[in-house]
Design a protein around this ligand. Structure first.
Ligand code: C2E
Ligand code: C2E
Ligand code: C2E
Length: 88
């Protein structure tokens, strides 16, 4: 079934994130690359990130965590349901 917890995992669509030319996402993209490096997770199309890291990133964007999520959603770089994402 489809769940809609407010605390659901933050999953980034890496292809979209790295293709997006927007200056607005430059720090998110840099952060995601750093996390991939730390994990040795290079081959994924998506990346799950820590709630703590979203909070830190929100500060960089002078936004609240939910404000940053809204922005990421507007840019279409969030994956709502990674399993559905791979099924499509
Ligand atoms: P660490 O924080 O000491 O975590 C060691 C290992 O525990 C991680 O190895 C991972 O296998 C597991 N782990 C820790 N937290 C989680 C979690 O919330 N979910 C899952 N599924 N596993 C978890 P890994 O992935 O090779 O990462 C190595 C180190 O790289 C981590 O050591 C941490 O210092 C850093 N790192 C990796 N990913 C992130 C991240 O998203 N944010 C931050 N701040 N650091 C990260
Ligand atoms: P899920 O969290 O809904 O993730 C679905 C699929 O999205 C994963 O399939 C994987 O292909 C991709 N994915 C999600 N986050 C990442 C990421 O940070 N890096 C990469 N490279 N791919 C990612 P997969 O691996 O077959 O996992 C299926 C399900 O198994 C996951 O569904 C999750 O429920 C569970 N799972 C897998 N790894 C972990 C883990 O480290 N921690 C926890 N708690 N659950 C995990
Ligand atoms: P997840 O693996 O399903 O973990 C869900 C939550 O369980 C994490 O949310 C965190 O609060 C807790 N948790 C899981 N494993 C550990 C651990 O080893 N140490 C601690 N202190 N807490 C743990 P969070 O932090 O928001 O992370 C969300 C998702 O981001 C994780 O879902 C996982 O997919 C990914 N992730 C976070 N940190 C790491 C990491 O270091 N390595 C890897 N490979 N994935 C990570």
């Amino acid at each position: 079934g489809v769940r809609h917890e407010p605390t659901s995992k933050i999953v980034l669509d890496l292809e979209r994130l790295y293709d997006e030319a927007s200056e607005d996402l430059a720090y998110v993209a840099r952060y995601a690359r750093a996390i991939q490096q730390q994990r040795g997770d290079y081959n994924g199309r998506v990346l799950s990130i820590r709630a703590d890291d979203l909070r830190a990133l929100a500060i960089v964007y002078d936004a609240s965590p939910s404000g940053l999520i809204e922005r990421l959603t507007e840019h279409g770089v969030l994956v709502a349901d990674p399993r559905a994402f791979f099924a499509s």
